[in-house]
Design a protein around this ligand. Structure first.
Ligand code: BJW
Length: 261
């Protein structure tokens, strides 16, 4: 299939010749690993309301409900593995010093693909804009406790939710992800826009490009004089800016696009 895809050979030539590349990914790259996307058919927001699960207000109102959802997702993720799309991005990033990866995904599958190739993670050229579901942090303002933590959370009662281990704090712990209305991590955001504005090519994969400021990252490449390549079965608001729009699944297209001949 990939050889016959319109634009694939040209997009591949563009990416292979480019020096600086920023790869921007969203939930679609993990769809073939069995991780549901947020929008579209079968998407999370078709079954659950974002404002009841992915806002700081929702956590304050009903931390058990929010934790039950995250515990379910953390458990489901443990049974998922990186797919050929994540693996191709990992090879591309490790093979070239001027490639940066900006991801909105909290699933850790990019990092797992990199670790499988022997890279130490977190990798300095991977920028997680919306955090990581594998980390917990204290929800109490002013407390900066943060750690990788894979524990199951019993979310049926407030008393069983995880608490901050800092002596005297005991604030509720929450997943280290970015909910609607929250600021993105400053270092990751700055690094993402810097990498994008310097890039010759932004390769945008599997995002509906509806959530800001992440959706604006590829626009920084355009503003810097670079070009955009999109991989997505469906068009998005970024499609009209793309030099090449490759319509199909990331797991099939990315190895053909990124691996050396
Ligand atoms: C495939 C495929 C296959 C399928 N291969 N592809 C400017 C304008 C308008 C609004 C705003 C704005 N600036 C800020 C806002 C508000 C808001 C926002 O953007 N709202 C819009 C929805 C209207 N943004 C925020 O609140 C952000 N914070 C912020 O801006 O702070 C500053 C501020 C603070 C206070 C006041 C004002 C400003 C925070 C956004 C946080 C988003 N959080 C979530 C949840 C993360 C945690 C978790 O996972 O639990 O992040 S929501 C969800 O959407 C998740 C994703 O990262 C994010 C993006 O989704 P993504 O990745 O694009 O997935 P989908 O499902 O939408 O798309 C999948 C795509 O894959 C589709 O296109 C498919 O076709 C494709 N696909 N299979 C390739 N096999």
């Amino acid at each position: 299939m990939p050889d016959l895809l319109p634009g694939l050979a040209d997009a591949r030539a563009l990416l292979q010749a480019a020096r600086r590349v920023v790869v921007v990914t969203g939930a679609g790259i993990s769809a073939e690993s069995g991780v549901p996307t947020f929008r579209g058919e079968g998407g999370v927001w078709g079954r659950f309301r974002a404002e009841e699960l992915a806002t700081p207000e929702a956590f304050r109102r009903d931390p058990c409900q929010v934790w039950a959802w995250y515990d379910h997702r953390r458990l489901a993720l443990a049974g998922c593995a990186p797919n050929p799309g994540h693996e191709a991005v990992a090879r591309f990033l490790l093979g070239r010093p001027d490639v940066h990866l900006v991801t909105q995904n909290v699933d850790g599958l990019h990092q797992r693909a990199l670790a499988a190739l022997g890279a130490s993670v977190p990798h300095p050229r991977v920028h997680e804009l919306h955090g990581s579901i594998a980390r917990l942090r204290c929800a109490r303002p002013g407390c900066d406790w943060l750690a990788e933590d894979a524990r199951r959370v019993e979310a049926d009662r407030l008393e069983t939710l995880p608490r901050c281990p800092v002596p005297g704090c005991e604030g509720l712990l929450r997943p280290d992800v970015v909910w609607f209305g929250e600021m993105l991590p400053e270092a990751a955001l700055t690094a993402s826009f810097e990498a994008a504005s310097r890039a010759d090519v932004a390769l945008v994969v599997g995002t509906s490009a509806l959530v800001h400021p992440a959706a604006s990252v590829p626009l920084a490449t355009l503003q810097g004089g670079g070009v955009l390549v999109e991989v997505n079965p469906e068009p998005t608001p970024l499609s009209r800016h793309a030099r090449w729009g490759l319509r199909g699944p990331a797991g099939a297209i990315l190895p053909a696009l990124l691996d050396p001949a």
